[in-house]
Design a protein around this ligand. Structure first.
Ligand SMILES: [Zn+2]
Length: 276
């Protein structure tokens, strides 16, 4: 009899435990739905393919098919080998790219790569001038219009409009040629060194990105904006797309690069989460 009583108590405990667990699971699901199903996800990355645009001196993307089709055991199988430079297509520049002793791509804290996003649209000016330099005024104009300072910890995205030319190399880079001699033929907009300096001195941003091949403009010789930003551990995202689909404020960015140990940069999958 005692053992029957014990069994009853035991099963009661089990069912109580299970119920409690079930409630917990329900709650977790509910929170998840609230966080993500209510958001619109915008892909800010270009795909990697034969068309992917690389710096004119960098090795381009290559995909070799290892196998594709039905195996002799009857199941389908597909696998490829890929080759790519770190800096091509949608990618990240890690601090060590232009700052000795700076963080490599695997060392960038994830907190810098996930967070509040703002967008500054300079496309009207940049599409009319392939050598356009994004200025301090572009930032202060945004702040005046939004009636706020660029919030601390922001991921700042700069829309030049150049993504619409991608992957047309002549329109996007200013030249279809490759190799060291092609560097001086590059024409596309970028961030002025003065504006980079202003940002690091006066605002406290986590990362920056734009829809051109480089944070410095095409005609840059000394890549000063790279040096200024990366020396302060502010990573840069390059060759972004779909920035025209973003509002100017109040969205989230998730930017997760390939975790290359010691890497100076790497392929980047970056998305924005918008409130519906
Ligand atoms: Zn780069």
């Amino acid at each position: 009899m005692k053992s029957i009583q014990f069994l009853f108590l035991f099963s009661l405990l089990i069912s109580y435990g299970c119920n409690e667990k079930a409630t917990q699971v329900k709650e977790v699901k509910f929170v998840k739905q609230n966080q993500y199903s209510s958001k619109k996800i915008i892909d800010l990355s270009h795909e990697f393919s034969k068309e992917t645009i690389y710096w004119v001196t960098a090795k381009e993307f290559k995909l070799d098919t290892v196998f594709k089709g039905k195996t002799d055991k009857g199941f389908y199988y597909s696998a490829n080998n890929i080759t790519t430079a770190e800096h091509g297509g949608t990618h990240i520049d890690a601090p060590i790219h232009f700052a000795e002793g700076g963080q490599s791509v695997d060392e960038i804290p994830l907190k810098k790569l996930i967070g509040h996003g703002i967008k500054i649209d300079v496309s009207e000016k940049a599409l009319n001038n392939p050598d356009y330099l994004i200025s301090i005024e572009d930032f202060t104009n945004w702040e005046a219009k939004e009636n706020i300072k660029i919030p601390d910890g922001s991921i700042v995205l700069l829309e030049t409009g150049y993504s619409k030319y991608y992957p047309d190399k002549i329109k996007y880079l200013g030249t279809g040629l490759r190799g060291p001699d092609a560097v001086k033929l590059l024409h596309f907009p970028g961030l002025s060194p003065e504006a980079s300096e202003w940002l690091v001195k006066n605002r406290n941003i986590n990362a920056i990105g734009l829809d051109t091949p480089s944070i410095d403009y095409g005609q840059s010789e000394y890549f000063k904006s790279h040096v200024i930003l990366l020396s302060k551990n502010i990573p840069a995202f390059e060759n972004l797309t779909n920035l025209d689909k973003l509002p100017s404020n109040n969205f989230e960015v998730i930017a997760l690069p390939m975790k290359i140990k010691g890497g100076s940069g790497g392929p980047l999958r970056i998305v924005a989460l918008l409130n519906n």
